[in-house]
Write a protein that binds this ligand. Structure first.
Ligand SMILES: NC(=O)c1ccc[n+]([C@@H]2O[C@H](COP(=O)([O-])OP(=O)(O)OC[C@H]3O[C@@H](n4cnc5c(N)ncnc54)[C@H](O)[C@@H]3O)[C@@H](O)[C@H]2O)c1
Ligand SMILES: O=c1ccn([C@@H]2O[C@H](COP(=O)(O)OP(=O)(O)O[C@H]3O[C@H](CO)[C@@H](O)[C@H](O)[C@H]3O)[C@@H](O)[C@H]2O)c(=O)[nH]1
Length: 453
């Protein structure tokens, strides 16, 4: 089938490569000429495991092409997927400007029947809005061209996006048109070989499903973080409590890992957008408000532990080494990363930061360029040299079983703040570290000595 994808970011590029992989003819359209130029040369601008070879193979075999020209890019397509960004406005509402721009451009240039598929995360009612914008442009052109607008929210997660797209738990399609649903069923058929994955519903329900799913997952995380903080107060260990509750199949083990709060380009903005939608409809979304509030607090938890540990010594004399800048492992994405909140809080108090991330270093260097107290290093161990503590902010695998003897040798103090609960007393045994994690009893080394320098 012939598919156009508008917006070649984390969602658009993955969707494009996966549709092309199934034999479809896919054209990607992006307004950013640098991205398009790079993609045409076989270089991809984001880090996503498994994506580069998929893009490259399909590009070389002629099923995947890239352009900045929307009219040309969608000329032969039956499906036009809108995958542009929907960032938050200052008041938490969803900024639909890119979605609107795409709708306007489609209306200005389409020449025959298209199925416009909203894949971006958009508030309830956006399909109607898109339909209105396209129709307005067609009316201006005095054209009578049929089209459909459907909702098909995406549920992939960064770091595992290709796998999620190729093997989705479900494919949600919001439409009241049976023929359109059948056509999408054909397009998605190859991703649903083991069982029927397509769930067809009304457009507004599909739009709502996306916000409800993300808010549910965010709720689980805020819940476990609140329990973790309580564990610290009462001397319980969240590691045991998590296993204790997760073993109940009604609760499950997934998405109840405590940490430094959820980040990324989705949960924070989508919970806020849900809150905004509820308020627009005269409702106070008590639970979503709490989920958001708990998360904002949680993003400061590690900085608070560090402040408390060094108090009353001013942090201006201290250097903190940080492992991990991405909002989670296996991505270069730093949007809403707890590492950035932690850095902002601590550098405001004068602490100097030396940080390392396996792939997000360049993005962080750009984002933190104005902060003279931050240095981003190239090597996991050399940034530790003469730092006063190590803080772990992202759960990259390479941080899970590190060389503790080397860490101890490089640091001024044998001191670790672990925002991802990667280490245990057994792993640390014999090294004499003082260790603070989330929701776990701290390991205090009473003989902690500052290294002679
Ligand atoms: N990132 C995720 O894991 C994820 C998962 C599911 C859903 N979503 C949702 O999908 C949408 C896209 O997210 P993303 O992370 O892929 O965004 P992104 O910022 O990575 O990519 C968006 C792309 O759209 C392009 N663009 C903007 N305006 C355009 C226009 N008028 N014409 C053509 N291209 C245009 C940008 O240049 C950019 O390359 C959002 O609504 C997001 O909430 C994201
Ligand atoms: O038990 C957990 C699980 C996750 N997180 C954090 O939660 C955030 C989001 O993680 P994850 O959901 O794995 O990544 P995203 O790529 O943001 O994916 C979410 O957001 C996407 C965009 O809407 C959806 O498509 C996905 O289904 C949804 O999982 C990250 O900061 C994680 O560190 C935790 O703290 N504890």
């Amino acid at each position: 089938m012939n598919v156009s994808i508008v917006g070649t970011g984390y969602v658009g590029l993955v969707a494009a490569a996966c549709f092309a992989e199934m034999g479809n003819q896919v054209t990607c359209i992006d307004v950013n000429p640098t991205i398009v130029e790079q993609l045409n040369q076989g270089r991809i601008h984001i880090f996503e495991p498994g994506l580069e070879p998929l893009v490259e193979r399909n590009r070389q075999e002629g099923r995947l092409t890239f352009t900045t020209d929307l009219a040309q890019g969608m000329a032969d397509a039956l499906f036009v997927f809108n995958c542009v960004g929907t960032p938050p406005n200052g008041d938490g509402s969803c900024d639909l400007r890119y979605v609107d721009q795409v709708a306007e451009a489609i209306g200005q240039t389409m020449e025959d029947y298209k199925i416009i598929v909203n894949k971006s995360t958009v508030p309830v009612g956006t399909a109607d809005r898109v339909r209105g914008i396209i129709q307005e442009q067609l009316d201006k052109r005095q054209c009578r061209i049929e089209f459909d607008v459907v909702s098909n929210p995406e549920f992939l997660k960064e770091g595992d996006a290709v796998n999620d797209f190729l093997k989705p738990d479900r494919v949600i399609v919001g439409t009241d048109n049976v023929r359109t649903a059948k056509l999408l069923e054909t397009l998605y058929g190859p991703f649903a070989r083991s069982r029927d994955k397509m769930i067809v519903m009304g457009i507004r329900s599909a739009e709502m499903t996306k916000y409800a799913a993300n808010s549910m997952l965010a709720t689980k995380i805020s819940f476990i973080n609140e329990i973790a903080n309580l564990c610290e107060k009462v001397g319980a260990d969240i590691k045991d409590v998590r296993v204790g509750i997760g073993s109940d199949r009604r609760i499950g083990y997934h998405f109840i890992y405590p940490g430094v709060g959820y980040g990324g380009s989705c949960f924070p903005k989508d919970v806020k957008a849900l809150i905004h939608t509820a308020r627009e409809h005269g409702m106070t979304p008590e639970l979503a408000l709490s989920v958001d509030r708990v998360n904002q607090h949680q993003k400061q938890v590690l900085a608070e532990k560090i402040k408390t540990h060094f108090s009353p010594t001013p942090l201006t004399d201290k250097v903190l080494a940080i492992w991990g800048l991405a909002f989670k492992a296996n991505t270069d994405d730093i949007r809403e990363s707890a590492a950035l909140d932690t850095i902002e809080t601590l550098t405001a108090l004068g602490m100097r930061i030396r940080a390392f991330d396996p792939v997000a270093g360049d993005n962080a260097r750009t984002a933190l360029a104005e902060n003279p107290l931050v240095e981003i290093g190239q090597d996991q161990y050399s940034i530790l040299q003469n730092a006063d503590a190590l803080a772990v902010l992202t759960d990259w695998n390479q941080f899970r079983n590190p060389d503790f003897a080397r860490i101890k040798k490089q640091l001024n103090n044998p001191l670790i703040f672990d925002g991802r609960n990667l280490y245990s007393a057994t792993m640390l045994s014999g090294f004499g570290f003082t260790y603070h994690a989330i929701g776990r009893p701290p390991i205090i080394n009473p003989t902690q000595q500052t290294k002679e320098i």
